[in-house]
Design a binder for this molecule. Structure first.
Ligand code: CP
Length: 308
């Protein structure tokens, strides 16, 4: 792997390789001293043009646990505010010594553009509404860890599909690995053409959730909505919030996932996200292991396979 830009362009074998490399990385996270020398001498730079808690901190921890040097930049407090372009910023970070650049940016395609700069690897940490590949990889890892498989499972993605890079990356990853994917939300928040990539589209939450193995709840992304996509938040919540009653329609061992940050009381109820069936904090922990695997493979690491 030279870059990680999206799941759309990844073959199932490459996705499997990342997931199987994340297994031994998770084992390192369980040790008293979480440190291995795999990336000693490498430098990882995190460039965030949008806010983040989970992705940024987990990439920084992943790099540190692998003994890389880390440096971070938030656009709002950088020379981006003086007009420096994305490509000039990447060139600058590369000249400072970065081997791997983790980039979050509001524009779809920003990571692909950044990858034009020779000499460093780019990891897409979310580019606008386009893709968030490491989120989907950690979600795939979590599903497989809990369910033992991905192929044949029914995964329902609920909510704002239109603006969700998490949904897009998960749709590519889940379908590549053989899951049945349903999406559900108001017609205004479902992009056209999903049926062509094998996704079932629903507008009734109860119908969509019935008999499912995984309920994946998305955040309503009001910061990306330039028009009214539903009459009111109250109306949205009445039709699409995941409550205990909705969860009861899924299989008895169904799990609930959310990429975070959550809007409690909007898309998900406390009784669901605080229940034992929610695996949201496990997703966060697994994010560190999966990002360790991604950094390790990009740095040319020797691959260790687990039993999957
Ligand atoms: N899921 C996710 O990307 O969270 P952050 O925005 O906090 O990184």
């Amino acid at each position: 792997m030279r870059h990680l830009l999206g799941l759309r362009e990844l073959a199932p074998e490459t996705i499997e390789l990342i997931l199987s490399t994340a297994g031994p990385m998770k084992e390192i996270l369980g040790r008293e001293i979480k440190k291995v020398p795999a990336l000693r001498g490498k430098t990882v730079a995190t460039l965030f043009y949008e806010p983040s808690t989970r992705t940024r901190m987990s990439f920084e921890l992943a790099a540190k646990y692998l003994s890389a040097d880390t440096v971070g930049m938030a656009a709002a407090t950088s020379s981006v505010t003086k007009g420096e372009s994305l490509l000039d910023t990447i060139r600058t970070v590369k000249a400072l010594g970065a081997d791997i650049v983790v980039l979050r940016h509001p524009s779809p395609g920003a990571a692909h553009l950044a990858a034009r700069v020779e000499g460093c690897s780019i990891v897409n940490a979310g580019d606008g509404t386009h893709e968030h590949p490491t989120q989907a990889l950690l979600d795939l890892f979590t599903i497989r860890e809990i369910k033992g498989r991905i192929a044949g499972l029914t995964v329902v993605i609920v909510g704002d599909i239109l603006h969700s890079r998490v949904a897009r990356s998960n749709i590519w990853g889940l379908t590549r690995l053989g899951a049945r994917v349903r999406v559900v939300g108001p017609a205004t928040l479902i992009p056209p053409g999903l049926e062509q990539v094998g996704v079932e589209v629903f507008h009734d939450l109860r119908e969509a959730v019935r008999g499912s193995d995984v309920i994946y709840v998305l955040r309503i992304q009001r910061e990306r909505q330039r028009q009214a996509f539903f009459p009111s938040l109250r109306e949205y919540t009445r039709l699409y919030a995941v409550t205990a009653e909705i969860l009861d329609l899924a299989k008895p061992d169904a799990i609930v996932m959310h990429p975070g940050p959550m809007n409690r009381g909007v898309e998900i109820w406390d009784e669901v996200c605080d229940s034992p069936r929610a695996v949201i904090t496990t997703q966060v922990t697994n994010g560190v292991a999966v990002r360790m695997a991604v950094l390790y493979l990009l740095a040319g690491g020797e691959v260790k396979r687990d039993h999957h």
